[in-house]
Design a protein around this ligand. Structure first.
Ligand code: GLN
Length: 246
């Protein structure tokens, strides 16, 4: 068994070590004797979405998002949309998550037209939403996910998508409606940067299981010893739950 992972714009969208999520996916596969081939596709390179079983898009500041607008439009957008409708699993973080929506209007008034693959849009404000945060994940029976957010964009979901979960501590999609992230087909979009998957191994395995089941029909993931990962998760969860009560 093997999974082909596409890392979109790895050299441009990689804030706060977002690439660590790809390393985590690959390592959790290898520990189970499953091969993982990771391919970066960046500006000027053709995206053949049919070649891949799982997609990862990291975050980037407004500047980086603007840099890749021309490259993203056209063929890449069409490939991404068909992969999404085809049920390929995606993990998209912050700027990458925003990119799957219709547009992003920056806090200083620039309007970036994005893929429109998902029914959502983003509007920036000067005041950023920054910090460790905690949210639930509906696909994991409401389990708490620990993350780190840093964004100016407020994302609003349309009726054709649903959130990943509810914010327990922090801001999430827009700091107002209590939602965090997006779910559509097998797309997971979230504002959580950096070591999201290493600190939330259940979410990593959900993505891997989804990709393997889609490719091979059925998938049994051998349980791994997640003692360290769980300790990192629980430490932050407890810290943030204490902050909620304070
Ligand atoms: N540029 C976007 C914002 O500030 C995304 C930032 C990010 O990926 N951290 O909302």
């Amino acid at each position: 068994m093997e999974l082909n992972i596409c890392h979109l714009y790895p050299d441009i969208l990689n804030l706060y070590g977002d690439q660590g999520n790809v390393l985590c996916l690959r390592q959790r596969l290898r520990w189970r004797g499953i091969e993982a081939n990771v391919t970066g596709v960046s500006i000027g390179q053709t995206l053949h979405a049919a070649d891949y079983d799982l997609f990862f898009i990291g975050g980037g500041q407004d500047f980086e998002q603007e840099v890749l607008l021309a490259d993203l439009a056209g063929a890449k957008t069409a490939e991404l949309k068909s992969a999404i409708e085809d049920g390929k699993p995606f993990l998209a973080i912050c700027g990458g998550y925003q990119m799957l929506g219709a547009y992003y209007e920056t806090w200083d008034g620039k309007k970036c037209g994005f893929t429109g693959a998902l029914d959502l849009y983003t509007v920036g404000q000067k005041e950023r939403m920054i910090g460790n945060y905690l949210f639930t994940c509906d696909d994991l029976n409401g389990a708490a996910i620990v993350g780190f957010e840093n964004h100016s964009g407020r994302t609003y979901l349309g009726s054709r998508v649903r959130p990943m979960g509810r914010v327990l501590y922090g801001s999430g999609n827009n700091g107002k409606d209590g939602t965090e992230g997006v779910r559509y087909q097998n797309v997971f979009g979230t504002y959580s940067h950096g070591c999201l998957l290493p600190k939330n191994p259940q979410l990593a395995d959900l993505l891997l299981r989804t990709a393997l089941e889609r490719k091979y029909g059925a998938a049994q993931l051998t349980p791994l010893d997640d003692t360290l990962e769980q300790r990192a998760h629980d430490y932050m969860e407890q810290r943030l739950r204490r902050a909620i009560k304070a």
